[in-house]
Design a protein around this ligand. Structure first.
Ligand SMILES: [Mg+2]
Length: 318
């Protein structure tokens, strides 16, 4: 087996030393890193662990595993309206496989570059294949988007389209393993909505990223904000190819309770919707109104998922 340190140094350390203002005083290679946060900003920190067979399929391409592990953590920073700055990554592997780690690192570093996040520490250990990624970002004081900020009368809106995560998993299980496939790419190569999160931090009253499914994540916002919601199910934007794959009812189930979409669900005052839509449209992302926040509790306007529907999309191993 390659030594742990050799793996870290060869594949997990940043490929190039950046001369940009990265805030990294001391990076990979010492006992710990030293970071210099921007004066006056709040630090936003989140961690997510992805386990093979539970969060991604055992045969998923290594580059996608690397991308996805970072993407799901960055999605939480997007939902807070934060600007990502640094990350830490811990990888467990059952056997040493230098080629796999090289591909994994390629996917991981490509998203690091795209999201302007610096890997400042890593760890490789023997074990069941799993990746844990801690992300750190910054946000202006009082600007972070909390789940508790929604108000009665606010519009409920989502970025992009929903159901692609569950649709991609269904397509993968049916034997479609092409990462270019629109649904498979939504599942294995999710795009954290960081740019949208930064814009919405100025316009929205609350936000959450859709990891557990629209109904479950909306439920978290309603609970935190002590409100109810009236959903317009027909307005929910469905991922490309979803109805063809799952039929109309299956597509709706996937959008409502499938999860793994990593779109942002936001609430905002009605007079701010047009401005938010225009800002997101400037980088090609839709923001679709799908309902309203109301006094009270619970979600009105949709048939709640049947037990069979819920189990179909959330109970299976990928
Ligand atoms: Mg989240």
């Amino acid at each position: 087996m390659h030594g742990e340190f050799e793996l870290i140094n060869r594949w997990l350390a940043p490929a190039h030393a950046s001369t940009m203002d990265t805030g990294v005083v001391l990076g990979v290679g010492d006992d710990a890193c030293l970071l210099s946060p921007t004066a006056g900003q709040q630090l936003v920190v989140s961690v997510d662990t992805s386990v093979e067979g539970h969060h991604f399929p055992a045969k998923a391409p290594a580059s996608a595993v690397g991308h996805r592990a970072l993407a799901v953590s960055l999605s939480d920073l997007a939902a807070m309206g934060a600007r990502p700055r640094w990350c830490l990554m811990s990888l467990a592997l059952p056997v040493s496989d230098a080629a796999w780690v090289a591909e994994f690192a390629k996917g991981f570093h490509a998203l690091c570059d795209a999201a302007k996040v610096n890997l400042v520490g890593g760890d490789v250990t023997a074990g069941e294949c799993a990746v844990s990624v801690t992300v750190m970002g910054e946000v202006e004081p009082a600007r972070a988007l909390r789940r508790s900020g929604a108000r009665a009368g606010d519009i409920l809106a989502v970025t992009g389209a929903l159901g692609g995560g569950a649709g991609g998993l269904a397509a993968w299980q049916a034997g479609e393993h092409d990462l270019q496939h629109p649904l498979v790419s939504r599942y294995l190569l999710p795009q954290p909505r960081l740019e949208a999160g930064r814009v919405l931090a100025e316009l929205a009253s609350s936000a959450i990223d859709i990891s557990d499914g629209l109904l479950a994540d909306l439920g978290h916002v309603l609970e935190a904000s002590k409100l109810g919601a009236k959903l317009d199910a027909q307005a929910i934007p469905l991922a490309e190819g979803l109805v063809d794959l799952l039929g109309e009812e299956g597509a709706m189930q996937a959008a409502l309770s499938g999860g793994d979409d990593y779109e942002l669900l936001v609430t905002l005052a009605p007079e701010r919707l047009a401005a938010a839509q225009a800002e997101l449209a400037s980088f090609g992302l839709a923001l679709t109104e799908i309902g309203r926040l109301v006094e009270g509790s619970g979600i009105d306007g949709v048939k709640m998922p049947t037990k069979a529907g819920w189990q179909h999309f959330s109970g299976g191993e990928p």
